[in-house]
Design a protein around this ligand. Structure first.
Ligand code: SF4
Length: 214
């Protein structure tokens, strides 16, 4: 990240935070993923339960390991290696009533809309309703000018790259491009566009001044 990109990140993040506040959400900015991680950890209260959702951004920052080490904090982790699929599903259901949910957003528009696409729907459902507090760690690489470009980013970049990451056999893994498949392992089933929330400040967007996640 060179100095010119840093200036752009700071200016755009400042504008985005104001847009989020107008939508009854809240935002903050950290220059690096490492700083973002520390700031997110500081938001978690003793005795809380934390629902881990699919996010490369948090994983790359080492957030889950740090939360797992926090005394009195219960990490609800559907991605724990070795657990059977039914346990993963049960933990996703438990996560819906957690104190905190931590995820990323596939994209955020310049006017503060959060755009996401899910295969199973647990992440977008919990973003909308369930966990008391939603914290989204979002790299500035996910900022798009408008809704159309946000959806294009998600469908034609984030989804194929995530397919490659998961080792799936969907067509986009071979071509790198979405062909709107109808595969049983399609990860692109449910769109969510969050334009605001009735519960003020329930959703906190932690913007990160680095290119992190997809
Ligand atoms: S719809 Fe299918 S081909 Fe398109 S990105 Fe999703 S999984 Fe890949």
């Amino acid at each position: 990240m060179d100095e010119h990109q840093v200036v752009w990140n700071e200016k755009v993040a400042e504008k985005l935070i104001k847009k989020l506040e107008k939508r009854r959400m809240e935002g903050s900015y950290a220059a690096t993923a490492a700083l973002a991680k520390e700031e997110v950890i500081a938001m978690i209260t003793p005795g809380a339960s934390v629902y881990r959702c699919g996010t490369m951004t948090a994983g790359e920052a080492g957030l889950w390991e740090s939360i797992a080490e926090m005394p009195e904090v219960k990490l609800i982790d559907p991605y724990e290696p070795g657990i059977p699929p039914e346990e993963g599903l049960a933990r996703r259901q438990q996560g819906m009533t957690a104190d905190f949910m931590i995820a990323s957003s596939n994209a955020i528009t310049l006017d503060g809309k959060l755009v996401n696409l899910d295969g199973m729907g647990n992440r977008v459902a919990a973003m909308a309703f369930g966990p008391k507090k939603v914290i989204l760690m979002v790299g500035m690489n996910k900022v798009t000018p408008d809704l159309e470009s946000a959806m294009a980013r998600v469908k034609h970049y984030a989804a194929p790259v995530n397919n490659i990451r998961f080792g799936l056999e969907n067509p986009c893994v071979k071509t790198g491009l979405c062909s709107d498949c109808k595969s049983p392992t399609r990860i692109c089933n449910m769109w969510s566009i969050i334009e605001g929330h009735m519960i003020e400040k329930r959703i906190h967007v932690k913007l990160i001044g680095e290119f992190v996640g997809y």
